[in-house]
Design a protein around this ligand. Structure first.
Ligand code: OSB
Ligand code: MG
Length: 369
């Protein structure tokens, strides 16, 4: 597969409702969209870097720089093998997994279209529908929180994740648990706590949660293992796991009992698939995380989540939970039973809508120019 041309865009889309986490609040969502051309086919990729380095150090600007100045020159005109071989071609470069993963996604889309196979089947997916939940941001008030959760439950979501931060935790989660005694419920702290916050964890441990996601600093497996040893509730790592080595080591030292896999965070679908295999061998359940993706990244997440080890519901909600208008069709909808169907057409299995993409694009550049 030879890449003849790449178009890179910075896209900004309005969110239907603001999304607040322990690291900030956003009303619009930024990302980079890549379009690769190879032998008359086009491949689409989404780089999930955001405007600010809140979730991780990468931003749309760093990802643009690293792609434009290093990663794209390394692939343009070259004869590439399988998408999973991208890692060896980018070996001279350190870090920037979100930028890597955006490029790799477009290669997978091309590979699927070339072979006439869906991304799910290329990856070894086994399910036609995947169980999903909804991630609820920190709300302006307790009343708003209860109303928001209730609306999602009424829409059919059977698993809810609440974002928490210091001062907005035990009371909030306790109130939701009281109102919905049987709802599969989990929380995500995005690294906002330390072991000093033990009283918070002790209280949350009584709320029958599915898991507590990324409570402590992302570079701290040691304290996560201390915390996990004291909790009945499963600790799940998100930001801490950037590779299969991290996954193995975290499992070995008991830093978590569940892993959230995001292809972006780990540098692409190939590494995500390897982490899935590492976890499966060790009996560690995984689920597919989300980054408020457009239809392009959402299609990729659904394909990944169709692998057999993804036994917990993913953060892959219907398009309507995020966007009034998306840049790809068809929109994803929630099936009865809180599942979403995995795309079956070749590659990502979606069509980009050029007018919508143009309207949401802040900047675009072609390589070679
Ligand atoms: O930590 O899982 C996270 C969104 C942006 C950045 C980080 C996270 C999230 C979410 C949203 O929780 C999941 C979704 O896409 O619905
Ligand atoms: Mg998370």
């Amino acid at each position: 597969m030879r890449i003849n041309r790449v178009e890179l865009r910075h896209v900004r889309m309005p969110l239907l409702s603001p999304f607040e986490t322990s690291f900030g609040r956003e009303t619009e969502r930024d990302c980079l969209i890549l379009r690769l051309e190879s032998d008359g086919l086009e491949g689409w990729g989404e780089c999930v870097a955001d405007r600010s380095p809140g979730y991780c150090y990468e931003t749309v600007e760093t990802a643009w720089h690293v792609l434009a100045d290093f990663f794209l020159p390394a692939v343009l005109g070259a004869d590439l093998g399988a998408p999973g071989d991208l890692a060896s071609r980018l070996k001279p470069f350190r870090g920037h997994p979100l930028a890597r993963a955006g490029l790799e996604m477009a290669l997978w889309d091309l590979e699927g279209k070339r072979a006439g196979k869906s991304l799910a089947s290329l990856l070894g997916g086994e399910r036609e529908r995947v169980p999903v939940g909804v991630s609820v941001g920190i709300q302006p008030s307790m009343d708003a929180l209860l109303r928001t959760v209730e609306a999602y439950v009424e829409e059919g979501y059977r698993r809810v994740k609440l974002k928490i931060k210091p001062g907005r935790d035990v009371q909030e989660v306790g109130a939701v648990r009281e109102r919905f005694p049987d709802l599969p419920l989990q929380v995500d702290a995005n690294s906002a706590y330390t072991l000093e916050d033990w009283p918070v964890f002790e209280a949350i441990d009584d709320l029958r949660l599915l898991l507590i996601e990324q409570p402590l600093q992302e570079d701290d497996l040691i304290d996560h293992s201390r915390l996990q040893a004291r909790l009945r509730t499963d600790v799940c790592l998100d930001e801490s796991i950037l590779s299969r080595r991290h996954a193995r080591q975290a499992i070995e030292i008991g830093a978590c009992r569940v892993i959230n896999i995001k292809a972006g965070r780990v540098g692409g679908l190939e590494e995500a698939r390897l982490i899935h295999a590492t976890c499966r061998e060790r009996g560690i359940p995984v689920w597919c995380g989300g980054m408020l993706e457009t239809g392009i990244g959402r299609a990729s997440n659904l394909a990944l989540a169709s692998l057999p080890g993804f036994t917990l519901p993913g953060d892959i909600s219907a398009t309507g939970r995020y966007y009034r208008e998306d840049i790809a069709e068809p929109r994803f909808t929630l099936n009865p039973g809180s599942t979403i169907s995995v795309p079956t057409r070749p590659g990502l299995g979606i069509d980009v809508v050029p007018e919508a993409l143009d309207r949401f694009s802040l900047r675009r550049e072609s390589f070679p120019s």
